[in-house]
Each structure stands twice: as structure tokens, then as C-alpha cells.
Design a binder for this molecule. Structure first.
Ligand SMILES: [Zn+2]
Length: 398
């Protein structure tokens, strides 16, 4: 008997990637079909469906699921789902696609055919409605909202069959762990209480401390990072994975954490996205999700603990995976150690905190980054990256 949390709304994970033996024949068929171009968010969603991270979805959502997901965080059949997973196309392309027509889903950037989809439904959406419900704002400056407002006029829905897992699996073969695989790894280690740590940044000591709090009370921690598209100025995944590994190798006991990556593209939807992150982690077999300050937020659109509170508003049974809510973490000069806003009684003037912008400045000059803020092994890797940005030829060569 598995001691892990069950997948969301399904007795087993549902990867939509076809078995290898069927892919070549399907690819030949797909080459003759009408092509539907996918933007980076849709590519990421196809890859998430392929690996089973969006279990139990069988493809892109139709109108009823879209509306229910926006308004009530529920699919039409009542199952919890906090952010709609939809595919948009232009009016012209939608008009040329017939009922039940099978189409080829193509990565617009690489030109690769990733999947086949049967077009069951075409519908228009009120984009403002989606933005206000999911993102709590219709401000076009919000990067997730901008994507929704800028997407095609018609949504196309239907079951998806994936024939290509894209490039992440080639680029990060060891990190690209699918839900069925993480579940097998956890069982193999005898873990049942597993916390996921979501990250899109290199880990400094405040992040290390969040993970260590979880290590103390869980069987293990799944350090799970975003391989999908990020905001301008974010550290690229190949640099970040090395920085995280340096921290794990030097500051964690072997066998307490697993580093992995997954192909999600951030929507920066704050609290709603925290819920989606928990749902996805349930599929990966994690019983808990570490939720720190301003989880999946951007700018000042969300309060620092909105993502904590939203879990309390869910109905019974919406999610099995639970949040591990942790307050702001930092090094305190008076405590002489890492602390949180919940444990440290001292004034914030004793706390070491360096903003993202300050870090970038300090890393691109020779300014010292205090060891209380970041581990030297991590700083070294980040400095090397910032130095490479200044010498374009070296950057291109790497
Ligand atoms: Zn203190």
C-alpha cells in the first residue's frame, strides 16, 4: 500500500505522453494535420500534461471548466482547480478548424510538433473576468495578466496526446523527474511525509532555512524548481541548478533532499498559483508545500501572506496536500542565527536582508556578500554568471 498522498482526483497519475512505440506513427499522422502554434505558456502546459503534473486533466479546458476554474476554483464536475489551463488561437485560425478536427500542436519557437489534439470546443472568453478572478487585478502591467490580455481571441479545447516532451528533458536529464518517478523515488527512500519547495531563484540562506525547517519535521524535501520561462533579469535555470546543487552538497545531510525541475511557466498569480503549486505537488507525491512570504507573487499585487490565507478558504477535501506555512526568514545579528518573524523578538535593524536588485548590484561588482546572507559556494557561481554577462563573447560561448 502506497503511503504517499493520492494524485489529484484520480487513483493514478495520468501522463498524456504516448508510449514510445506509438509516437512515430502518430508523428507521421500529425505532419498532415492543420498546425496550431503554441506560445511559451501553452508549450509549458503541454509538457505539464505530458508528464502527468496536471492529473487528472486530459487536455485543454472547455468553457464550463474555464469559467468554473476562474470563478469558483472548480471544474464543471466539481473538482478543485484554481487556475484555468487553456489554449488560445487567433479568430482566423479558429474559424478554419472544423468540429472534432484533429490538429497538430506546434511549439511556435522551435517549430516542433509536440502533440495532437481533437478540437472538441471553440469559445471566446471574457479576459477581464479571468484576470480579475485569477490574478485579482486586470492591470496590464502584471506579467500574468498581460499574457491573458494578449492571448488569441478564441480558446480551443479538447483531449491532447503528446508525442514530444520538448527540450528540458534533454537539457536537464537528471532533474526532469516526472510525477510517477518522484513517487517511486519517495517510496524507495521510505518517505511518506514529503514537503515540496518551489523555487525559481538561486537559494540563499533564507531559502536554505525554509527547507531545513521542513527537513526537521518531514521525511524529506523535494527542492522543485521552475525550468519554464521566467521574467527578464531572473537567473537562468542552468546557473541556478548549479548554485542550488552547491548549497545541497555543502550544507545538507545526504539523503534529506532531492533536487528536481519541472516545466511550468510562472503565471505570477500569487495566492491562486500557490494553490495550483500545491495541487501539482500532490501529483508528484508531496504531502506538503512550503509556502513562504509572497509565494508566486510579483511586484506588490499581493499581500505577503495572502498565499497562506487562501488555503484556509478551501472547502473540505479540495486538496490532500497541505501548506507548510512559514513566516519571513532571515539571519538575525541579535539571535546569532537564522530566524523567522515568528521566532525572533528583535528589531528589524538586526536582520540581514538584501533585496534582489541589491544582490544583482553586489554580484556584478566585487562588493562582499555577507556569509550570513548567502553561502560562499553559491556566491561564487552567481558571480561567475554576472561576470559572463559583462563579456558577451564568453557568455555566448558558455
Ligand atoms: Zn533576533
Amino acid at each position: 500500500m502506497s503511503t504517499l498522498v493520492p494524485p489529484h482526483g484520480s487513483p493514478s497519475v495520468k501522463p498524456l505522453l504516448l508510449p514510445e512505440t506509438e509516437r512515430a506513427a502518430e508523428r507521421r499522422r500529425a505532419e498532415k494535420l492543420r498546425r496550431v502554434p503554441l506560445d511559451s505558456r501553452a508549450v509549458s502546459d503541454v509538457l505539464m500534461l505530458a508528464m502527468g503534473a496536471y492529473t487528472p486533466l486530459d487536455g485543454f479546458m472547455g468553457y464550463d471548466d474555464w469559467r468554473g476554474s476562474c470563478q469558483d476554483m472548480k471544474l464543471a464536475r466539481g473538482l478543485f482547480w484554481p487556475i484555468p489551463i487553456t489554449l488560445s488561437v487567433s479568430k482566423d485560425l479558429a474559424g478554419s478548424i472544423g468540429a472534432e478536427e484533429e490538429v497538430a500542436l506546434v511549439d511556435a519557437e522551435s517549430g516542433k510538433i509536440l502533440a495532437l489534439m481533437t478540437a472538441r470546443e471553440k469559445y471566446s472568453i471574457d479576459k477581464r473576468f479571468e484576470a480579475e478572478h485569477v490574478y485579482r487585478t486586470a492591470d496590464p502591467k502584471h506579467p500574468g495578466v498581460a499574457k491573458v490580455l494578449g492571448q488569441g481571441e478564441v480558446n480551443l479545447a479538447g483531449p491532447v496526446r503528446v508525442i514530444d516532451e520538448g527540450d528540458y528533458v534533454i537539457k536537464y536529464p537528471k532533474l526532469y523527474i516526472r510525477p510517477a518517478e518522484s513517487r517511486a523515488m519517495f517510496l524507495d527512500k521510505g518517505w511518506s511525509k514529503v514537503a515540496a519547495f518551489q523555487t525559481r531563484n538561486p537559494m540563499h540562506r533564507s531559502h536554505e532555512y525554509l527547507v531545513k525547517i521542513a527537513v526537521e519535521v518531514m521525511d524529506g524535501v523535494f527542492i522543485h524548481q521552475v525550468l519554464g520561462k521566467l521574467k527578464e533579469g531572473d537567473i537562468p535555470a542552468e546557473v541556478r541548478t548549479r548554485a542550488i546543487q552547491a548549497m545541497i552538497d555543502n550544507y545538507f545531510r545526504p539523503g534529506t533532499v532531492i533536487q528536481a525541475g519541472y516545466p511550468i511557466e510562472m503565471r505570477y498569480a500569487g495566492p491562486r498559483e500557490a494553490l495550483l503549486h500545491a495541487l501539482i505537488r500532490q501529483n508528484f507525491g508531496c504531502s506538503h508545500l512550503i509556502v513562504g512570504r509572497d509565494h508566486a507573487g510579483v511586484g506588490s499585487y499581493y499581500g505577503p501572506f495572502d498565499a497562506h490565507r487562501i488555503f484556509d478558504e478551501l472547502w473540505e477535501g479540495a486538496l490532500v496536500t497541505q501548506p507548510l506555512k512559514i513566516d519571513v526568514t532571515f539571519y538575525c545579528r541579535k539571535c546569532y542565527g537564522m530566524a523567522t518573524a515568528r521566532t525572533c523578538p528583535h528589531d528589524s535593524k538586526f536582520h540581514i536582508s538584501i533585496s534582489g536588485t541589491q544582490q544583482r548590484e553586489m554580484l556584478s561588482t566585487d562588493a562582499d556578500i555577507p556569509p550570513e546572507f548567502s553561502r560562499p559556494e553559491v556566491v561564487e557561481i552567481l558571480r561567475e554568471y554576472y561576470a559572463s554577462l559583462k563579456t558577451p563573447s564568453r557568455h555566448l560561448a558558455s
